[in-house]
Design a protein around this ligand. Sequence first.
Ligand code: SF4
Length: 305
Amino acid sequence: MLVNPRGFCAGVERAIAIVERLLALHGAPIYVKHEIVHNVSVVEDFKQRGVIFIEDPDEVPASSVLVYSAHGVSQAVRKSAEARQLVVHDATCPLVTKVHAEVRRLHADGYDIVMIGHKGHPEVEGTLGQADGGVYLVENEADVAALRVKNPRRLAYVTQTTLSVDDTMHLVNLLKKRFSEIRMPRKDDICYATQNRQDAVKKIAADCDVILVVGSASSSNSNRLCEVARLCNVPAYLVDGIADINPKWLENAKTVGVSAGASAPENLVGELTAWLVEKSVPGATVQEFPGVSENVVFSVPKGLR
Ligand code: SF4
């Protein structure tokens, strides 16, 4: 059962298109701050074609082309790239940019901001780095309980875009209990792609004996898809491709659900389903399980169109 929607979101499509066009325009090397999107196959393919992934703009030779990944960067990174006169192209997903703008606006209005997210994730680092202090990261219930803020009456929250919808709602409710006047985002920060992929896995879970999610270990939204399936009491495994599959997972499975994180290319899903049908489950058929259709498109910046 192929889950819909799955795979690439509009932000990932845009980030990949930006690097593709820069390669075509300038040729290699192109430098990218962090993995352009969290997928091993996408990153390896770009590496083969002369893209160099770095973490610190100081690693980039002066006047080179530097791309910010879909996860976004802090203001400090922007300043450092500017100081080195790098030719910067911003592949930050517009939905992450929206959260960045919100943090800067709230900070300028004198608010402290609570960010719900996973410590160390590049999107979280970038969002925390939009304000010079006054942004607190919470990951779990204990963090909410321990939170000390300057002024509970001037407090707002934002979230990472790729979290578990249910876990986040739980933490938001706890925050509201502790800080009754906490201000919520004008529009949910969890993005449409994360929400739709999690809803789709929930819908299909009851019909599956096992669910395989195509995605890389570093991909937040892919990991969340596995968690969502497990919460529905279905064993779920994250795989980069066929090589990661343990045949034992499929023993006695009559129905295998297949989804893919927002950074996982569809060709990997195709390889996986072909392998299931040809090698693993003789006589198996592939069914597309219908879901909401997505028509979000983020165009590449003007200069690269
Ligand atoms: Fe943007 Fe959501 Fe895709 Fe991340 S998962 S790149 S926030 S659309």
